[in-house]
Design a protein around this ligand. Structure first.
Ligand SMILES: Cc1cc2nc3c(=O)[nH]c(=O)nc-3n(C[C@H](O)[C@H](O)[C@H](O)COP(=O)(O)OP(=O)(O)OC[C@H]3O[C@@H](n4cnc5c(N)ncnc54)[C@H](O)[C@@H]3O)c2cc1C
Length: 320
């Protein structure tokens, strides 16, 4: 059964599918009722056809296996901090990853993929392990951070990750070394093989004085407050930095800092952030981002690449 089929789109059909999912996985998904805006940091986006939270790794993998078996398109959502969901929402199944188990063993942190990276940072600080302090700046999950090779303050996931447990598209599960994950600047092989799911990650850290790690966390907290528009919803940096330059500097140089479209604005504090000022739509955010991308192309001949992902049904978006 494929919910992309026009015949399968009716509410009754979705309800049948939801009941079948409950029988197979023990989890009853919500049908077209949960706005994804509440699960994304940009606070925009319509509902998914089917929406199911996964409380642990076995829920996560059984929901994914169910979707694959029934050929239902699916998206695993971490903390929703690197994407913009369309106003029309997402066709298929959205699985909210809340598999947040974690433990410290010696100098390793062994984490499930739904653990917030900021929790990984504070948990390892308390255990006297250094290396994950930068994670305090990244409001994503461990899985989303591996997917993006998230980084900040001179470090990134690649610098501390030892291995990841992956549920591959062919249904096998494997512990893969970091060298197999294709990590680069905001890059991983997961961006190009969306069928692979990160179930967990093992980080190799170093012993250090908890008080010294704590003061580095305090510095990071203060830096973020000073430099990022944290009081408004956003999806972090909209564009990747082009080689040798910064997307924020280029957008600023086009005179766009503070400019608005509908409820969205280019942040006064950091021009590579688009913030939700009041009831922005996903279309406002994407159109404003396109305006900035076009302006930088016209002014400097540089084609900015998106760091955020636009997901869902954008067929009704006019492109401007
Ligand atoms: C205020 C703010 C500041 C930010 N600062 C930084 C920063 O300093 N550095 C930085 O790198 N990023 C930053 N970001 C961006 C974002 O937090 C990171 O990219 C983060 O790693 C995304 O994780 P997530 O769980 O939110 O992913 P989501 O947005 O939920 O998902 C993003 C993509 O990853 C996929 N995905 C999620 N989990 C899994 C999984 N378990 N297996 C396979 N695929 C998965 C999703 O399907 C989706 O395609 C910032 C964002 C905000 C809002």
């Amino acid at each position: 059964m494929n919910v992309s089929d026009p015949e399968a789109k009716g509410d009754a059909r979705l309800s049948d599918l939801a009941a079948e999912m409950e029988r197979a996985t023990g989890i009853l998904p919500s049908v077209a009722s949960v706005p994804l805006s509440i699960h994304t940091t940009m606070r925009v986006g319509g509902p998914a056809d089917l929406y199911a939270p996964a409380r642990d790794v076995s829920h996560l993998s059984s929901l994914v296996r169910f979707a694959r078996r029934h050929e239902i398109p699916y998206l695993v959502l971490g903390r929703g901090s690197d994407l913009v969901v369309s106003d029309a929402g997402i066709r298929g199944l959205v699985i909210l990853n809340r598999a947040e188990g974690a433990r410290v063993e010696g100098t390793r942190l062994i984490a499930e993929s739904g653990l917030p990276l900021a929790s990984a940072a504070t948990m390892t600080q308390e255990a006297g392990l250094t290396g994950l302090e930068f994670g305090l700046a990244v409001p994503g999950s461990v899985g989303g951070a591996v997917w993006a090779n998230a980084g900040a303050h001179g470090s990134d996931i690649a610098a501390v990750l030892e291995s990841a447990t992956v549920l591959r598209a062919d249904g096998t599960e494997a512990l893969e070394p970091v060298s197999a994950l294709g990590l680069g600047y905001r890059e991983s092989r997961f961006k190009h093989s969306p069928g692979d799911l990160i179930l967990g990650a093992n980080f190799n850290l170093y012993p250090d004085d908890p008080a010294a790690i704590g003061s580095r966390l305090a510095e990071i907290r203060a830096w973020r407050r000073e430099h990022q528009p944290l009081t408004r919803p956003s999806a972090g940096s909209i564009f990747r930095n082009p080689p040798g330059d910064s997307a924020g500097r280029l957008i600023d140089a086009c005179g766009l800092r503070g400019s608005r479209l509908g409820g969205a604005a280019i942040s006064e504090k950091h021009a590579n952030f688009i913030v939700n000022m009041s009831e922005a739509t996903a279309a406002d955010v994407r159109s404003l981002a396109e305006r900035a991308r076009q302006a930088v192309s016209d002014e400097f001949g540089i084609e900015l690449e998106y760091e955020v992902q636009f997901v869902g049904d954008w067929s009704g978006w006019s492109g401007r």
